[in-house]
Design a binder for this molecule. Structure first.
Ligand code: ATP
Ligand code: MG
Length: 451
């Protein structure tokens, strides 16, 4: 296997046919974000390693085992972002965005990098849609972001998805919970995996998140965080549940969810599907009231979620969601011989400047081979440029779906062709009205034309 023709393990190429699906999903995600008032924030692919060590947490799997960390030529330790929250909060602090009206609500659509064992729904380069609401402490915000995630799933018609929520408390109640966990797990010291033994010292709550079956089995009998919540956290959780209930959002409380990143406090949640195998968590998030302060800012409450784009796509494919068909070439211009290629290229220019997708021969093919190619492209219309067409400036546009032909003037090709496109789309329309009609439907609504 040549390294020159094989991608690194755990990465994916998105080929035409698939990329349109991703773009369709991304567009919908952007629309949903806008509906809830979240604005896009873009951060670099790499950050100082310290940001993730501090932000994600030293005892997490992500920091301990999964980061792509390297020294750059300036001898700085750099890490490819394993998640989007730390960078978002860093940018929020760096640009003084805490001076803007709060909450600041951001979304991102980015690649993330984790050195993991690749399998279905688990890649080393993957993509997340994430939202973060910074400066919002009310349980209403927890409910709002959960509602946004649910809105996305509803919009895509996702069925059979469970929303599981939990509260993991704040540093105050976490202390007594961690102590109870330490007591409990200490009695299983000889059975825990090696990583969990370090966790037992540093952060016993992380043991609950261990993927080893033995540790998982032991964790089943562990103390439950909900029994240790302080009054404030308990009230916060009760209110989140109340908001969700009045908003008509079904949920179950799953006291075993602790999430894999250290910054979470109070509410945590996951949207889980059974339809896509072992990697069933499509979206995970919660409140992280400690992170802004941890990264050196004034303590500000915040919450957000990350949604895996690849897992969302697997989910849509598992339920056979229909994606819109790819855009078709609207007009393929076929010069009957090489001498007419100049005119074909000129006409393509005029068509494209009017927003009509047009193609012509760029491979020096015979007319027959060109028509075969146009068919493979599923061009909607074709036009042959031969001697007659060149001399009379009149040509026939052929509808490849119906076989119907209509005459056009090469001197007014864009206008004439747009009318043909329009009537193919809307049926015959009176010429007088055509003047008034804006073509928003054609070309997927990307342009409007006055015909
Ligand atoms: P998991 O338990 O599956 O490892 P996680 O708790 O590490 O997930 P988060 O850090 O919360 O995941 O990331 C949010 C979302 O990003 C996940 O719910 C999932 O949809 C997606 N995700 C996380 N890691 C990967 C990965 N390696 N490949 C593809 N998607 C991923
Ligand atoms: Mg993980």
């Amino acid at each position: 296997m040549s390294l020159l023709t094989s991608k690194p393990k755990g990465t994916a190429d998105v080929l035409p046919g698939e990329s349109e699906k991703i773009v369709f999903m991304e567009n919908k995600l952007r629309e949903c974000a806008a509906l809830y008032g979240f604005c896009e924030l873009r951060t670099p692919v790499f950050e100082h390693t310290e940001l993730f060590q501090r932000g994600v947490g030293e005892t997490t799997d992500v920091v301990q085992k999964e980061m792509y960390t390297f020294e750059d030529n300036g001898r700085r330790s750099i890490t490819l972002r394993p998640e989007g929250t730390a960078g978002t909060v860093r940018a929020f602090l760096e640009h003084g965005l805490f001076n803007e009206p709060l909450p600041q609500k951001y979304f991102y659509l980015t690649s993330c990098y984790r050195y993991e064992k690749p399998q279905a729904g688990r890649l080393r380069e993957f993509h997340q849609f994430g939202v973060e609401a910074l400066g919002a402490g009310s349980p209403a915000e927890d409910a709002e972001i959960i509602s946004l995630a649910k809105h996305i799933f509803d919009l895509f018609g996702v069925e059979k998805l469970r929303l599981e929520i939990n509260s993991i408390g704040c540093p105050v109640c976490r202390k007594s919970f961690q102590a109870a966990l330490r007591d409990y797990f200490t009695s299983y010291k000889d059975k825990l995996c090696e990583t969990c033994l370090t966790r037992l010292e540093k952060n016993p709550m992380r043991i609950l998140d261990c993927k080893s079956p033995v540790c998982g089995e032991i964790a089943k009998g562990a103390p439950r965080v909900l029994d240790y919540l302080c009054a404030e956290c308990e009230d916060h959780f009760a209110q989140v549940k109340k908001y969700l209930t009045v908003m008509g959002i079904d949920f179950t409380v799953n006291p075993t969810i602790v999430r894999g990143l250290d910054y979470y406090t109070k509410t945590v949640f996951e949207f889980v599907s059974d339809a896509i195998g072992a990697q069933g968590t499509v979206c995970g998030g919660g409140r992280y009231d400690g992170l802004v302060g941890e990264l050196g800012g004034v303590p500000l409450p915040a919450c957000g979620f990350g949604m895996g784009i690849e897992r969302l796509k697997l989910l849509l494919e598992a339920q056979e969601t229909e994606f819109p068909p790819p855009d078709r070439v609207q007009l393929y211009l076929a010069p009957a011989n090489a001498a007419y290629s100049f005119e074909a290229m000129r006409l393509c220019e005029t068509l494209r400047s009017e927003g009509v997708s047009a193609q012509t021969d760029v491979a020096g093919r015979s007319l027959k081979a060109q028509m075969k190619y146009a068919n493979k492209l599923s061009a909607r219309f074709t036009l042959v440029l031969g001697e007659d067409e060149i001399s009379t400036h009149l040509a026939k546009v052929k509808n490849m779906d119906t076989g119907e032909e209509k005459e056009v003037s090469l001197d007014r090709l864009a206008g004439d062709f747009l009318k043909i496109l329009l009537s193919a789309q809307l049926g015959d329309i009176p010429a007088a009205d055509a003047e008034e009609i804006k073509l928003t439907l054609l070309n997927g609504g990307k342009n409007t034309w006055n015909v």
